[in-house]
Ligand binder design. Structure first.
Ligand code: PNW
Length: 454
């Protein structure tokens, strides 16, 4: 039996563009993902989120499934362009109504809403007007949007996540160009990352100054990180693994917990890494009430000593060269349909790394899950969760302050560049008929929540 602390938060997660559909309904403006997925060759089979799971029309059905599964907390994201169709300016009443109804429906079903403000669907207008995350103008646009959300929803929403996975936004969107807006540069990613952090800090300051006291909620950021295991015991490989974690997670977490980027980034990147003013540092430091962590996989790291070529895993964008690290996986590790290795002990090590580096903050795993084709017993997915939840339990026993876990994802959905080809959900969705039903993993998760053990 594996036991979790009494008030452990058991949840599941989704994001707006991946499930809502209704891409132009009720005054919604276009986002960079509407634009990107419509471009030839950007997503597998040309898939887009135009309909997705049609959650916009079926949210009541989906919440009923959540309730039936015994899920206690639901993390979803707000589509910025439903609220502010061009990113700034007039509020779209119908967009407010949709999220207001969704929140009410959750509360009626005793499910706690955890709301992500930015899960990658930047208003296209802001991309066109000033280059989105590449311009400091985005900081105030984001703050303004966040403020609207706090005003309309903050009486009912007590858990806020400003930005989902700044690393993905910066690296895949502005470094490698495989995600919207599809830019490729070894400078842009650090500039975008800088503005993501500053936007987070402004939104948090706004929440704390104007809303937090009356509304009594918490706010933080969710960052993604794999574990990096030294390929060998050699000191240079151990240093490479550490460096790789610093370029991955500490890139965003150090500014939030320490007020500045890791030294190794400053050293290796020189002028490509923007600097914070002392005022910005003060705003950033301490700007999260909890540590949101999205974790999926583990890779070996070894010192590259300047040799790059075929071994590169994440492609260009410069980030591996910047780290001077080679990444690889063990051929014997089992892999998901995304090719991501299943390594539960990596999760445990990462949780303890966070504990040690950031003085044991309250951590919520805001995403963890795996893509697998459906099987009747859904055993691959169940085994994945068993492994990772076991690792969480061990990390807690070793002192990690882990307080919650959100399965990614509640249902099969639009998996970005992979379209509908990759299935992460604990609920099956038939995209032709829009029927959904719980997979065996959903039933298994229910039993974990109920028994708090397995
Ligand atoms: C996360 N990587 O994305 C996102 O938050 C989800 O929207 C997504 O569906 C889920 O994980 C599964 O992919 C990631 O390359 C995308 O390391 C790419 C990476 C990590 C997370």
């Amino acid at each position: 039996m594996i036991y979790f602390p009494k008030n452990f938060v058991w949840g599941t997660a989704t994001s707006a563009y991946q499930i809502e559909g209704a891409w132009k309904k009720d005054g919604k403006g276009l986002s960079i993902w509407d634009d990107f997925s419509a471009q030839k060759g950007k997503t597998k089979n040309g898939d887009t989120g135009k309909i997705a799971c049609d959650h916009y029309h079926r949210y009541k059905e989906d919440i009923a499934l959540m309730k039936a599964a015994g899920i206690k907390a639901y993390r979803f994201s707000i589509s910025w362009t439903r609220i502010l169709p061009s990113g700034m300016g007039e509020v779209n009443a119908k967009g407010i109504q949709f999220y207001s109804d969704l929140i009410d429906e959750l509360l009626r079903n005793d499910i706690t809403p955890w709301v992500t403000l930015y899960h990658w669907d930047l208003p296209l207008e802001l991309e066109k007007e000033f280059g989105g995350w590449l311009s400091p103008k985005i900081i105030y646009a984001f703050k303004n949007y966040a403020k609207v959300c706090f005003e309309y929803f903050g009486e009912r929403v007590k858990h806020w996540i400003t930005i989902n996975e700044a690393w993905v936004v910066a690296t895949l969107g502005y470094g490698q160009g495989v995600f919207a807006p599809g830019k490729i540069s070894n400078e842009y990613l650090y500039l975008a990352g800088h503005h993501l952090l500053l936007a987070h800090a402004e939104a948090v300051e706004c929440y704390r100054n104007k809303f937090q006291t009356q509304q009594g909620g918490v706010i933080g950021m969710s960052n993604n990180c794999d574990w990096r295991e030294p390929k060998t015991d050699a000191p240079e490989d151990q240093a490479a693994a550490q460096r790789s974690l610093e370029f991955f997670l500490a890139w965003f977490a150090d500014p939030i917990y320490e007020g500045d980027y890791p030294e190794i980034m400053r050293k290796n990147l020189g002028e490509r890494l923007p600097k914070f003013t002392p005022e910005q540092q003060a705003k950033l430091k301490g700007s999260s009430d909890f540590f949101g962590l999205n974790h999926y996989t583990t890779m070996f790291a070894e010192a590259a000593n300047g040799n790059f070529g075929e071994q590169e895993v994440y492609g260009n964008g410069g980030i591996l060269e910047d780290q001077d690290v080679h990444l690889s996986v063990d051929e014997n590790w089992e892999k998901t349909d995304m090719g991501w290795a299943i390594v539960p002990w990596g999760c445990q090590k990462l949780l303890l790394w966070i504990k040690d580096r950031y003085d044991n903050p309250a951590v919520f795993i805001t995403e963890n899950g795996c893509a697998f084709e459906d099987e009747a017993d859904d055993s691959k997915r169940v085994n994945f969760f068993k492994g990772y939840l076991g690792a969480c339990e061990q990390a807690i026993s070793a002192g990690a302050n882990l307080q919650g876990y959100f399965v990614w994802s509640f249902m099969d959905n639009f998996e970005w560049a992979e379209g509908y080809s990759k299935r992460f959900g604990i609920h099956y969705v038939d995209f032709d008929t829009q029927q959904r039903s719980p997979k065996a993993s959903a039933k298994w998760y229910t039993s974990v929540i109920q028994n708090n053990g397995f």
